[in-house]
Design a protein around this ligand. Sequence first.
Ligand SMILES: *Cc1c(COP(=O)(O)O)cnc(C)c1O
Length: 413
Amino acid sequence: MRFNTALLHGDFRGDKATGATLTPIYQSSAFEHDSAVKLEKIFHNQAPGFSYTRISNPTVDAFEKRMTALEGGIASVACASGMAALYNAFCNILRAGDEIVSSASLYGGSIDLFRDLESFGITTRYVENNNLEEFRAATNEHTRLYFAETIGNPRLDVTDIEALAKLAHDNGVPLIMDNTVATAYLVQPLKLGADVVVNSTSKYINANSSAISGVITDAGRFKWDEDRYPGMKEFKKFGPFAYTAKLRNGLFRNTGACLSPQNAFYNSLGMETLGLRMERVCSNAAKLAQFFTENYKDITVNYPGLTDSRWHDIAAKQFGDNGYGGIITIRTGSKEKAFGIIDALKLPLIVSNIGDTKTLVIHPESTLNVHSSEEEKKTAGVFDDLIRISVGIEDIEDLIEDFRQAVDSVENL
Ligand SMILES: *Cc1c(COP(=O)(O)O)cnc(C)c1O
């Protein structure tokens, strides 16, 4: 099955018991069983079934199966938010004394999370520009994972996943990718060698900004060395499912950031149109980027789809004909101009979000990166004259007209 067909037809579909075409919202915290022995088996992972929604739930399970199929993995765990998913994905395998080597171009929340992990003795070394030599140089005997975003938010640099996965594996560590901005529509990181992929499904997967959630999907390929990952030892019996089994029977279950069935349902609805929306969003973003480049000399446009982008070649190689994503950033020359343009826009919503059907704008420097140091902002590509635009599925003519009047209105600032 091809991309759009696979989004609709799979073993996650409907409800066999009633014929309902959508898996219903099983709004129940607990699940009843015929006998004590049945529930004992479920608790010992010896029988399939549901016991308590903090651990699993049929509506959430259907959404997880869709995400597994979408990312080409073997299993997924859905969490209450993208941040909960990232925390669980990392800490499932880390302990005090361990180190992460990460791209410096990250979502602000991830930088904040890595700072929080320092209290638990987990340190992060940052690498700029996805430079492989620097990744190698930052790796030592304490390194336990590599992390990067497929398309950095908001820097919009593109990671060479295949090359980074190879380097990770040469050093005996897994590569975890955040695929939120690119989505599986552009690329499936697990197919290029990444071991675990995390999505903030609050964004493009959900489609309409109707629910916060995040999903961890495992490729099931990484060979966990018992000395380096002692916690994995007792889960080796689950074979390729070791990572997911440890998560669901451990940190995920015990920290309790589970996804609600209602929100899983919204995501299952939204993701059916992921392919159609991404096609439109990529096309709109490319046209808007072109519009700025052709009409405004003092506005610098950053979009991996522009041939003069430093990341264009790797993006073209990795994403093929699918497009270059729906986010563009522009540098306007000053914070005053950036604020002026944002306030003059009539269609885009001023919100700290991406991946909606509607176009969204934000000034990251004063909002998303407010906790970042000057150095962190610089390496994350955040400047005080920068606007991030998450392009929606509106008619492009209307978007261009609106941006034209907004930019022209601040000409003399
Ligand atoms: C939004 C986002 C997150 C965090 O996800 P939440 O669902 O808001 O917790 C993580 N990574 C990236 C790239 C994001 O855009």
